[in-house]
Ligand binder design. Structure first.
Ligand code: ADP
Length: 434
């Protein structure tokens, strides 16, 4: 960036110097030409008034390089010339012709070889003779050539100045940005430039998200280790007792049952962890088909029915045909998790009701139970990974603490929303909009 600003400043100033020099030279060249013409007119008038007979005697004028004076007769023959280089007939010269016709005549002739131009002014005198005064001036190329060195010098000086100024400027411009970059966490650090505000807000948000994601990954890893350790320690303990023949045959059978239960717990845990990690890497729905959620709900309630017999729960499905285009496997996972929770955290002889109906372009799916409920302050947290309100009941019933986290993920993949309302001792209602 610094480099670009440097180059841009140098280029702009070089261009500015060249344009300015060119324009000034052109303007002055023109003004100078006019001034030369004016001077020639005045000189001619003075010479004419002074009397040419005297002039011809004037020694000091002879060979004067600044002014050339030529006096010609009415026939064009040279009567006097202070340079005496070109003494041929002057009648065909434009300024002489004009002088004979109009009293005065002037012209400018360029000389390629000398890089000069000559200004001529001719005036018809009362006796019919013509006085011509002429002088040499530089041509524009030669004027340019003479200022070229100065232009180059100015450019070099301006380049040095630009580099210095742009260094200072870019340093001053970038310093607050550098300070901000070093302190991205601190939202109180003022944003250096108003124009950068949306950019910085976004970067800060992303930075916070990254930190939060890193923190949640760390927490998740710690939780996973902890969750896996419990059943593994139990399995290892039971196995050790059996190995050392420290238990009787009846207890051995009981311990084998415990080992199987803990192993199943491990399997569910690992399955849910893998599922979550798969969902973490999913950005959109794949393998979608059009599904009637009402039919699917009836199917799933029939499948999960046996889980409810132990508590003698009443299961009911209501609503109407509601179609969604989605991945069937994911929706089954969502329904199963919610219904399993409604069964698991229910009371003896309670009930579980599921209902689905279309709602505008979306579909609402409601799972309600008459279970133990969730305290108000914990209702938001139950969607966190491994968060359990009633830890022992969750473990006993084979819960992993990941079910609602998976549900939330699936709902987000659908761009939908989820609301949970619950009253301790009354029951819980989860409403999903897909
Ligand atoms: P789990 O595998 O433990 O059921 P979830 O993520 O599905 O994990 O749920 C998290 C916690 O929320 C559960 O441990 C439980 O305490 C509470 N919970 C979830 N659903 C219900 C419900 N329908 N009624 C009461 N508590 C519930």
């Amino acid at each position: 960036m610094k480099h670009k600003i440097n180059l841009a400043m140098i280029a702009i100033s070089m261009l500015a110097v060249c344009i300015t020099m060119f324009s000034i030279t052109c303007v002055y060249y023109n003004l100078f030409g006019q001034q030369v013409k004016k001077d020639l007119r005045i000189q001619a008038r003075i010479l004419a008034a002074a009397g040419l007979s005297k002039l011809t005697d004037e020694e000091s004028l002879m060979g004067d390089p600044d002014i050339r004076i030529t006096w010609i007769s009415a026939k064009g023959e040279v009567l006097f010339d202070n340079d005496a280089r070109n003494l041929d007939n002057h009648l065909d010269r434009p300024e002489v012709r004009d002088a004979f016709l109009n009293g005065v005549g002037e012209s400018v002739r360029e000389s390629d070889t000398m890089n000069m131009r000559t200004f001529y002014y001719a005036v018809l005198l009362e006796d019919g003779t013509v006085l011509i005064v002429s002088t040499l001036a530089r041509r524009i190329y030669s004027v340019f050539a003479s200022v070229a060195a100065i232009v180059v010098l100015i450019i070099v000086m301006i380049t040095l100045l630009c580099v210095t100024i742009s260094r200072i400027l870019t340093g001053k411009l970038l310093e607050p940005i550098r300070v901000m970059a070093e302190d991205l966490d601190n939202v109180n650090t003022p944003v250096a430039y108003k124009e950068l505000e949306p950019f910085i807000t976004r970067i800060r948000q992303q930075h916070r998200d990254i930190l939060a994601a890193a923190k949640s990954r760390q927490d998740f890893t710690a939780n996973v280790s902890h969750e896996l350790k419990t059943p593994i320690t139990a399995i290892s303990g039971y196995a050790e007792l059996i190995e050392n023949k420290m238990v009787d045959t009846d207890s051995q059978i009981r311990f084998a049952g415990e080992i199987r239960k803990q192993a199943n717990r491990l399997v569910s845990l690992v399955n849910d962890i893998i599922r979550l990690s798969e969902l973490d890497h999913k950005d959109d729905l794949t393998d979608v088909t059009r599904i009637d959620l009402y039919e699917l709900l009836k199917e799933r309630m029939e499948f999960l029915g046996p889980l409810a017999t132990e508590k003698n729960l009443t299961l009911s499905v209501s609503g109407e045909s509601s179609f969604v285009t989605t991945n069937k496997g994911l929706v089954i996972e969502l329904i199963d998790n919610l219904v399993q929770n409604a069964i698991r955290y229910n009371v003896q002889d309670g009930s579980v009701g599921v209902c689905v109906y279309p709602c505008g372009m979306q579909v609402k799916l409601i799972v309600s139970d008459t279970g133990i409920g969730i305290p108000r302050e914990e209702q938001d947290r139950v969607f966190e990974r491994f968060y359990r309100v009633d830890k022992s009941r969750s473990r006993e019933t084979g819960g992993t603490g990941l079910g609602l986290a998976i549900v939330k993920h699936i709902v987000e993949l659908h761009g939908g929303s989820i609301q949970l309302t619950s009253e301790v001792g009354q029951g819980t209602t989860v409403c999903v909009t897909l």
